[in-house]
Write a protein that binds this ligand. Structure first.
Ligand code: ATP
Ligand code: MG
Length: 813
């Protein structure tokens, strides 16, 4: 018997499986014969498993000529399960020895399908069903895959490669999943309403941002269990859980405080806080601070600030480190149950035991796995007392090396680290790993739904294993897809690299997509929430075109931003027919056709500024703005102006335009109106802008990580001119008036106390949406005493007015 087991183990069967096969009276003799038929005793895992599959088929179907097939497997002629199926089918009808060539043909022996063939065949197949696919989008995915897999040309192709190629081409054809693929949109489509257009700006009447609740109305997340329904190893555990929670939904948002949150985290925040809120529950903020070397108080503070900025308030603010003592006790319990052991293997040893770099080699237990419980208890105590140097001992969980899931291969639970922790100082020199900590903290907090991103899918198993192993309440883990946007990078490591390379100087540089950066840039939190809510709780990772976020930003700003005139590159205009001291007060609406924004007054005087782009020395019929001898209207002013002369500086540049204010008699009707700013120092006009900062995408390619598009690596894709700083721009007094009004509001007062005004966002008409950057110097005293000249304004362009006007709207001097 033992001999048989070891013969079967040599096929690559796990010990347990080999044992089973050996004691199976039907399979054992057949498999043993097949092995003998090959004349070999050692096999690669692929060959071994195919032989085993052949034995089970042979027993079931009484397949003839199995010795022949076994030799074909051993020699590599039959190398996949598809070929094996074809081989048994052939043999059940014909004699392979009689016609070896027919056998080879039927089984695709030596047929090599090149990557090019795979690519071309998938392409042709998708092309043939393109119209249906474009209409059904991802609903038609399953059928499309069957169509592709059914292509005769791909019969002997590597199916994993085919699937991969299919995924790539489908994505290229349909783009990432978006709201058209969300269940609510599908329902709408079914109700015959036209699906919303993916990238269209939603600047349309009656548009409303997606609600928080809408995220959870459809799809898998709408079908998660209710509190009380998730199974436990003992009913008692559920009773205690329900007693503690009263049956409420409890979620948590678990960031590691090792960097700023980014746009992807905005999804995680909406998912976790939103799921709880939608179900009448609560959400905790839990800092996952088990790695003392990377974590800092600055990040702890900024994370809470960002969560609140998005409009969420944690039910409790907790730290994994709060549980260090309890976790330690649970680790001891695990050892006592024979389910953990102190191990001296190095990281390298462990990798080897787990089948090497790609986890595909042989797996084996280390010598420490079977040490006595009492010994592990003593050694773990020593680890805790600091009697082991860093990296010389770990506590490992005794899981299941036979399991197909790498998360079950004796994960490390504790490691020795002599580092000071931002909260527990030097109290501990052993720290629990994510795998050990996360599920147990969830359990201790009575989390009902542990929502995390897709990379933790395999961790579900170890998560449940550990909760059950120490017999504690077991939450449910569920995964959703990570959200990324184009033309940027989000990972903390890469952001630090950008800073180290001098591309940016701070991690809140407004070109980045960290939440502090977006906030500084002036992006309203409502736009970020609307963006992630509209995308919904997709389960696939997605990279969304940044234009879509920008459209949400425009939608939000359109609703909130007062309109103000400004000249980015001012040219002086002198109205020759007005007296030196001419002063008219003109009333302007903050938002044309919307009284709710109110009005403000600006001076109108003999000297004005207009923007360089509103004047051309050489006129043309399709140009409606100012040119020599041409008349143009001025926004809000009673009469138009006509340019009568150009004065130039010695270097040939325009120093001023002489114009006539057409306040008497007849004149040509202006075709358009332009912005202007009065020169009236006694009233504080113009408001001078020390810096106007224009932010263009930091990366040139939509996916800087794409090696074929960016062969030089992602850092080479940085657009070093993505920040443009314009000096000398001017704005009308409405800017100062808006600032004063905002500073009088609750929010404005608070902001002004802390630094300066950040919540005020405004539109420079025809130019873009702007906000005051934190580099602005603005004091409460300057505002209360109405001294605009005391302030130094730095404004950020949040976004252009339209999607396509990105570059030309404002150009650097
Ligand atoms: P990064 O690798 O970008 O630094 P992380 O996963 O290490 O991110 P954590 O601080 O661990 O960041 O994340 C906190 C929570 O936010 C986790 O539940 C994580 O799954 C989730 N999360 C992180 N990045 C994204 C993303 N791009 N989209 C959605 N959720 C995310
Ligand atoms: Mg992380």
């Amino acid at each position: 018997m033992d001999d048989l087991i070891s013969r079967f183990e040599a096929l690559g069967l796990a010990p347990q499986k080999a044992k089973e096969a050996a004691s199976n009276k039907k399979i054992a003799p057949v498999l043993d014969n097949l092995i003998s038929a090959t004349g070999q005793t050692t096999f690669s895992r692929t060959i071994g498993l195919l032989l085993y599959a052949l034995a089970t088929t042979a027993v079931k179907d009484k397949t003839p000529h199995t010795d022949y097939i076994a030799r074909a497997i051993a020699s590599g002629r039959i190398a996949s399960t598809e070929q094996l199926t074809a081989a048994t089918k052939f043999c059940s009808k014909s004699d392979p020895i009689a016609d070896e060539q027919a056998f080879d043909e039927a089984c695709g022996v030596d047929v090599v399908i090149s990557d090019e063939t795979i690519s071309a065949t998938v392409k042709a197949a998708l092309e043939s069903i393109k119209d249906t696919l474009l209409e059904q989008r991802y609903r038609g995915q399953g059928k499309a895959l069957r169509t592709v897999m059914g292509c005769p040309d791909l019969r002997w192709a590597n199916l994993a490669k085919v699937k991969n190629e299919f995924d790539v081409q489908l994505l290229a054809l349909l783009g990432p999943k978006d709201e058209r693929d969300s269940p609510t949109a599908l329902k709408k489509a079914a109700a015959k309403k036209p699906a919303p257009k993916a990238t269209a700006s939603s600047l349309r009447k009656g548009w409303e941002p997606a609600s928080l609740e809408s995220m959870f109305a459809g799809g898998d997340i709408s079908r998660l269990h209710k509190p009380g329904e998730n199974p436990q190893i003992y009913p008692k555990l559920m009773e205690m859980h329900l007693k503690a929670t009263g049956g409420k939904v409890i979620t948590r948002f678990p960031p590691e405080p090792n960097g700023y949150l980014h746009i992807g985290h905005a999804k995680a925040i909406n998912v976790n806080f939103g799921y709880a809120k939608t179900h009448g529950g609560v959400c905790n903020l839990r800092y996952d601070d088990t790695n003392p070397t990377a974590e800092e108080q600055e990040y702890v503070d900024s994370i809470l600030e960002a969560v609140r900025w998005l409009g969420f308030e944690p039910h409790q603010i907790l730290y994994s480190s709060d549980y260090f003592q309890q976790l330690y006790e649970l680790a001891v319990k695990l050892i006592e149950r024979g389910l953990a052991y102190v191990c001296y293997c190095t990281a390298e040893d462990i990798r080897e035991q787990r089948g090497g770099e790609d986890n595909r080699g042989e797996r084996f237990a280390c010598p420490h796995r079977d040490r006595p419980i009492s010994e592990s208890l003593v050694e773990f105590q020593k680890m805790r007392e600091g009697r082991y140097a860093a990296n010389t001992a770990t506590l490992r969980m005794k899981m299941d090396l036979e399991d197909g899931n790498p998360q079950m291969w004796d994960l490390v639970a504790y490691r020795v680290m002599f580092a000071s922790h931002h909260r527990t100082g030097t109290e501990w020199c052993i720290y629990p790993t994510y795998d050990f900590t996360h599920c147990l903290c969830d359990s201790l907090e009575n989390i009902t739904h542990s929502l995390c991103t897709g990379e933790f899918f395999q961790s579900r198993k170890s998560y449940y294993w550990l909760c059950d192993a120490v017999e504690v309440y077991k939450p449910v883990q569920w995964e959703y897809g990570r959200l990324n946007v184009t033309n940027t990078v989000l990972s903390k490591r890469k952001l630090l690299q950008l800073r180290d390379e001098g591309v940016i100087s701070t991690l809140d540089d407004p070109r980045l997509y960290t939440l502090p950066a977006l906030r500084r840039r002036g992006v309203p939190p409502s736009a970020i929430n609307a963006f992630v809510r509209e995308l919904g709780v997709t389960t696939a990772d997605t990279t969304i075109d940044v234009n879509r976020l920008e459209n949400h930003i425009r939608d939000s700003l359109n609703e909130m931003a007062p309109r103000i005139m400004a000249a980015v590159h001012p040219i002086k205009v002198v109205l020759e027919n007005l007296p030196e001291d001419y002063l008219e007060q003109i009333e302007l609406p903050y938002k044309p056709r919307d009284d709710s924004f109110g009005v403000h007054r600006v001076p109108f005087t003999r000297t004005l500024y207009i923007d360089r782009s509103d004047f051309r020395e050489v006129d043309s019929p399709d140009y409606y703005r100012l040119a020599p001898n041409k008349t143009v209207g001025l926004q809000g002013a009673a009469h138009p102006i006509t340019c009568t002369a150009i004065r130039k500086a010695p270097d040939g540049s325009i120093s001023e335009l002489v114009c006539r204010y057409e306040n008497t008699g007849s004149h040509p009707k202006p075709k358009t109106f332009i912005q202007w700013v009065a020169d009236c120092p006694s009233l504080g006009s113009p408001v001078r802008l020390a810096e106007l900062r224009i932010y263009n995408p930091l990366f040139k390619h939509s996916n800087p990580m794409d090696k074929s598009a960016v062969p030089g690596g992602w850092l080479s894709d940085v657009d070093r001119d993505s920040l443009q700083v314009v000096k000398g721009a001017v704005a009308e007094l409405g800017l100062w008036d808006s600032i004063k009004r905002y500073a009088a509001t609750e929010a404005g007062k608070k902001e002004l106390d802390e630094h300066n005004v950040e919540g005020l966002r405004f539109q420079f008409m025809r130019i873009g949406y702007f906000t005051l950057d934190k580099d602005t110097a603005l004091s409460a005293a300057a505002i209360s005493e109405d001294r605009v000249g005391d302030a130094r304004f730095v404004v950020n362009r949040i976004v252009t007015l339209k999607e396509d006007s990105k570059k030309e709207a404002v150009t650097a001097a």
